[in-house]
Design a protein around this ligand. Sequence first.
Ligand SMILES: NC(=O)c1ccc[n+]([C@@H]2O[C@H](COP(=O)([O-])OP(=O)(O)OC[C@H]3O[C@@H](n4cnc5c(N)ncnc54)[C@H](OP(=O)(O)O)[C@@H]3O)[C@@H](O)[C@H]2O)c1
Length: 327
Amino acid sequence: MNEPSSRTALVTGANSGLGFEAAAQLAEAGWGRVILACRTEAKAEAARVRLVERTGKDSFDLLAVDTSEVAAANTACDELRDRGGTIDFLLLNAAATGGKPQFNSDGVEITWASTLVGHHVMTMRLLDDKLLSPGARIVIAGSEGARGNLPTMKVHDVGKVADELFDGDRVAAVDALARIKGPYEFNSTNEYVTAKMVVAWWAAALSRKLPAGMTVNAVSPGSAPASSIARNAPFIMRTIMLPMMKVVGPLMGMAGSVETGARRYLDAADLGDSETGHFYATADRKKLVGPVAIQTWPEYFTDQVSQDVGFDAMVKMTGVGFPDTAG
Ligand SMILES: NC(=O)c1ccc[n+]([C@@H]2O[C@H](COP(=O)([O-])OP(=O)(O)OC[C@H]3O[C@@H](n4cnc5c(N)ncnc54)[C@H](OP(=O)(O)O)[C@@H]3O)[C@@H](O)[C@H]2O)c1
């Protein structure tokens, strides 16, 4: 990649937690332009003020985008096209979860939509409009929960749903699950970890479509309970379990800092051209922080058919495919 001072990054969810921290670390590392892509321009501006104060640099641009909506992602990309310039690091970090089920205007549940819908559309649009630099790094936030081995967090069985309800059509199964029309009752943590599995699939499938030189990886920042990700969690989780996790978690390899988590994203921006299509998360399957490794377990992470299902499901859900012009 070019010199940091001539690089541009775009970070979704840059007003809070890991996204805010990543934006700060990028500016501190000398990145010339960091686009703060937040739900509203007011949130982006508030983040900019805090970031300038922290970093002593004013290398921040603002962008409003609701990552759960197709139309908002398109509008944000229109704005980027009008502004000009290319993006070297696209950090698709935003996600919301918890609370009662809510749906975007196309009927996709918000955990799924905020994690995948706008991020898919933005990536396709930026490719179509040639707004990603030839050596661009795309990173989308994953989660160790997608491994399906955490108590109280169950990854839905897409194959089973497809066989039982959709004549084996796994794309239809993912689409139904994201609309809470599968056989499972809504459970925000289960939706979250299943959406994060699809994140890993999406990144792997996209890596096979991208022009040579560009990379895409799913990266879990690891457990960082000091962020606001659990803001909609049940009362007991917020008031008892999370505070306990902040104290005991680091001793058990189950929680780390927001700084360390965001550093994982930045490390992924430095990976070489051949390091693409992977899901990076904590190497030790029983831990949520520590050294990272490419995830090959469970096998569903490396199964190309499943990966393509993840990408094709996002095309079905959004109506936006991989652009013909992106080669
Ligand atoms: N913290 C952890 O332990 C952990 C572990 C594994 C993975 N992750 C992943 O790390 C990423 C960042 O989470 P975090 O922990 O930093 O949580 P956070 O502090 O709650 O930050 C989430 C960010 O996403 C934004 N966001 C959510 N829905 C959005 C939407 N529809 N449109 C635009 N922005 C939206 C939020 O904006 P608003 O403030 O406007 O809602 C916020 O800026 C997420 O993808 C999360 O799944 C976190």
